[in-house]
Write a protein that binds this ligand. Structure first.
Ligand SMILES: [Zn+2]
Length: 426
């Protein structure tokens, strides 16, 4: 089998001068977020005594395929260091959501215990446990130490990046896969060609590769510049995904939208050309065009909205400090690093970020701005005047949970537009 792929689908470390998807040089800078540290490299107290690396972070748009991307790639081994702190089992909502994804895919593709499902970037195995519960064979692939947790909880997981070699090892041991799933990783991968050809090698004819990522239309409509960080090499439009898979023997056969990560797209891509293409694909391509994703003006407006949101936030933050009121942060998702580093907020302006008691980030410091991450019990103990919700894409459940625990503070939702939510309104 010929498993070669276009050269530009191995994104090289360093500055990128052509589109990662279609190789066009018609690239435009939408927003320059400055030099920023890696958002998930939280610092220990000892690391505060050492120099800290930062890299250019710019949001770039391709006029040809409409994909948005960053133009500096940090090597994957630096981004996904063994102690990478994210663990999906931590949030109850995410566990429930992933079990639902599994249920819907089992139904749609009539999966049974003869089928093999492979999850790329399987984290602690939460998604696969939804398949495994019904007797379907599963294998996870996960590069970080979280793979050990998955194996310990009975989800077979290979600790590795997914590539052609890994795909061959899985095929030799378990046979060909009916389904491959990757949630919140396909925008991250430097080795795009390896992953797509690895999927091609591992999948049966007519097998389906499903990728769920944050979605360009939602990012643009929602002023969500904070989804741009070094881990997210690309922000896909459907048009750019079609352009990507057109370079292979794969067909985009279905697409769904959801509200995960502040708006996501789940694309179903079939090996070969034999599966009929759902009408949803044409509908969404049309919506993208009508929404201006193919026009530079759309991105100029987006950038202006981002700048306005920054000024409004900083104006409120500083006037609140001046009036002697207490304002603190809640949650420390990757996106909080982009937002706080771009806005220029340090621990003098926002003394801490509160995280749930099970978080692996407790006791550490936000990259760049060195804001300490503390147990969210402190919110209840101190009752500050305002709590900034940095995981604003989960604002409603977070506000409800904190209020139910006895928090009386008012809330600040920084995006999509700066907003104050009074505690009595929750
Ligand atoms: Zn392109």
């Amino acid at each position: 089998m010929n498993l070669s792929y276009p050269k530009h689908h191995l994104v090289k470390t360093g500055h990128i001068s052509a589109c990662q998807v279609c190789n066009s040089d018609k690239l435009h800078t939408i927003l320059d977020l400055g030099h920023q540290p890696l958002c998930d490299t939280l610092l220990t107290k000892a690391m505060l005594n050492e120099p800290e690396k930062s890299y250019p972070l710019r949001m770039i748009w391709c006029e040809n395929c409409t994909g948005v991307q960053i133009d500096y790639c940090v090597d994957g081994s630096e981004v996904y260091h063994p102690n990478y702190p994210y663990k999906s089992g931590v949030t109850k909502e995410l566990v429930e959501y992933q079990v639902k994804i599994a249920e819907s895919l089992i139904k749609k593709y009539n999966l049974n215990p003869n089928d093999l499902v492979v999850d790329v970037g399987s984290n602690d195995g939460t998604l696969l446990s939804g398949f495994k519960g019904t007797g379907i064979k599963t294998v996870g692939v996960e590069p970080t130490n979280i793979a050990k947790l998955a194996n310990a909880s009975g989800i077979e997981t290979i600790q590795s990046f997914f590539d052609i070699k890994t795909s061959e090892a899985i095929k030799q041991k378990h046979g060909q896969a009916s389904l491959m799933v990757t949630t919140n990783t396909f925008a991250h991968m430097q080795t795009l060609g390896e992953v797509i050809m690895g999927a091609y090698n591992l999948l049966k004819d007519g097998g389906v590769f499903i990728s769920e990522t944050h979605y360009l239309l939602d990012v643009i409509r929602g002023g969500q510049f904070d989804t741009v960080y070094h881990e997210h090499l690309r922000t896909y439009s459907l048009k750019s995904l079609v352009a990507l898979f057109d370079q292979y023997d794969f067909t985009v056969t279905d697409v769904e939208r959801g509200d995960r990560y502040g708006g996501n797209i789940r694309v179903h891509v079939t090996k070969g050309k034999d599966r009929p293409v759902s009408a949803e694909v044409g509908k969404l391509l049309k919506l993208e065009e009508e929404s201006g994703l193919g026009k530079i003006e759309t991105y100029k407006k987006f950038a202006q909205r981002v700048r306005d949101a920054r000024v409004n936030f900083m104006d409120f933050l500083i006037s609140t400090k001046k009036s002697g009121k207490r304002i603190v942060g809640n949650s420390c998702p990757g996106r909080s690093s982009t937002l706080l580093n771009y806005y220029g907020v340090d621990s003098e302006l926002l003394p801490y970020l509160a995280e749930q008691p099970a978080s692996l980030k407790l006791g550490m410091y936000l990259p760049g701005k060195h804001i300490p991450v503390v147990n969210n019990q402190r919110l209840i103990d101190e009752q500050p005047d305002f709590v900034v919700l940095l995981a604003w894409h989960y604002a409603k459940p977070i506000m409800e949970q904190l209020k139910a625990r006895g928090l009386k503070s008012n809330f600040i939702v920084p995006l999509p537009d700066f907003k104050i939510v009074k505690n009595s309104e929750v």
